[in-house]
Design a binder for this molecule. Structure first.
Ligand code: SF4
Length: 297
């Protein structure tokens, strides 16, 4: 599959808007274009090195696609992403499920066309664009037609709901949609920005939990550091593989007495000169919901 946005999974509402041929507005497409450029650069090199065919057309249950790399016994889908996402996927490979569904769909079409054996391998090649070659990794598993069918049935489910005029689930959080989805203006309302809705997207959910748990570990580590500091401050010594030093106290410095300056200006009936500074950047906060509150919110 090629084109901007190829590295993103397909929320069901967005599939619906595409099936409905709704007009998508322009969003920032840089990440998608960057992914396409990396993809177009890397595939011929990998093909030359491995003898695989690239961009092989395939179709399964009426869903067309292009498999990135196909050799005699495997299909590989290359996904360029950020290092942060790559780590998230490596820590929990179940997050690769939407990508694997797509790749198993490609494999199913190729098996049915006699281009791959039924015992072929399906592989996701992860390419972090802000990493090094050493950060590339691959996940692979045996072809499973049931996984391909899951993808086809998901598409049929969206089609059926559309035909019945029923609403489609909004799989992505509001802020993600605002940044990435061309159907945002059609799909979301400003009131939703204030809602503390449960995140359905497994990848974004894992990122929030990962951030929250890292923050909790950081706070606990800060508390431990404070506790130990009172015992070791002032030492200049070694303890096994650790060394401890303490810098000399800083020298006293003169600084502006703002209250006195303001008082002096006020006495003279003049305004203190001021410049308007931009407000602070939005602050990200992930905190654990107190037991009992989770059910209410
Ligand atoms: S705005 Fe969000 S929920 Fe709506 S179609 Fe786009 S990704 Fe899906």
């Amino acid at each position: 599959m090629t084109g901007p946005g190829r590295a993103r999974c397909k929320p069901r509402s967005a599939i619906g808007y595409r099936l409905d041929r709704a007009f998508a507005s322009e969003t920032d497409t840089w990440a998608g274009q960057r992914g396409t450029a990396v993809h177009d650069y890397v595939l011929p090199i990998l093909a030359a090195a491995t003898g695989a065919r690239i961009e092989v057309p395939t179709e399964y249950r009426g869903i067309p696609g292009h498999a990135d790399l196909v050799d005699g016994g495997s299909v590989t889908d290359a996904k360029s992403t950020t290092l942060a996402n790559s780590k998230l996927w490596a820590d929990d490979t179940s997050l690769l499920k939407p990508k694997l569904i797509q790749a198993h769909g490609y494999a199913a079409g190729l098996v049915d066309a006699g281009e791959l054996p039924a015992d072929c391998t399906v592989r996701i090649l992860v390419i972090p664009v802000d990493g090094k070659f050493g950060d590339w990794w691959a996940y692979e598993e045996p072809f499973d037609r049931a996984v391909a069918d899951e993808g086809a049935e998901r598409l049929e489910w969206v089609r059926d709901r559309l035909e019945a005029g029923m609403p489609l689930p909004k799989d992505k959080p509001y802020a993600w949609c605002a940044d990435w989805c061309g159907f945002f203006d059609l799909c979301r309302t400003p009131a939703e920005a204030e809602e503390l809705a449960e995140i359905e997207d497994p990848e974004i959910k894992a990122a929030v939990i990962g951030y929250g748990e890292a923050g909790a570990r950081y706070s606990a580590a800060e508390k431990d550091k404070k506790r130990y500091a009172s015992l070791i401050r002032g030492l200049h010594a070694k303890a096994g593989e650790w060394k401890v030093t303490t810098t000399a106290p800083g020298e006293a410095k003169w600084e502006l007495d703002e209250d006195a300056v303001r008082a002096e200006y006020a006495e003279r009936g003049a305004d203190v000169p001021e410049v308007l500074k931009p407000g602070s950047a939005p602050k990200l906060s992930v905190t654990r919901i107190k037991p009992g509150k989770a059910a209410e919110s």
